[in-house]
Design a protein around this ligand. Sequence first.
Ligand code: ZN
Length: 176
Amino acid sequence: MAAARKPVVEVRRSQRRRRTVSAYRDGERVVVLIPDQFSRAEESEWVDRMLARLAAREGRLARNDTELLDRALRLINLYLADQGGDALPASVRWVTNQNGRWGSCTPADRTIRISHRLQEMPDWVLDYVLLHELAHLIVPSHNARFWALVGRYAKTERARGYLEGVAAASAVPVAG
Ligand SMILES: [Zn+2]
């Protein structure tokens, strides 16, 4: 997210508006709708306020790579702490080029990639996919030891069902 870049703001005054102010993003611009009777001071105050509100809303939605790594480390602490450093990833990143897979990992360089499609899903589903990939750093295959590790997370079965449902609904074959 380019948080430092200040967006181009277009202010639209409306005679029909009395008190309500709203803002939305339109491509690179942010359109702020204000009542026509607002003074210049009120206008600039409200533009700042709406930009801050918009940024906060988008910040919550954008789960960035740093937050992803934080989540992974928290999961290691909770579920894989007894595995020594074996579950520690070198990197955890969001990717958009992962067709048909929720997550993937490369044990050789200890990198994990998570599909951006998980950004829209509940935290407990994301946590399952993360834990699944972290467990692959310890056990590469889907054997009994692997599922015993992943099964430490109480919502594993529920999350797998959730993802199967999403996959079925979108008719995209999902592996991983
Ligand atoms: Zn797997």
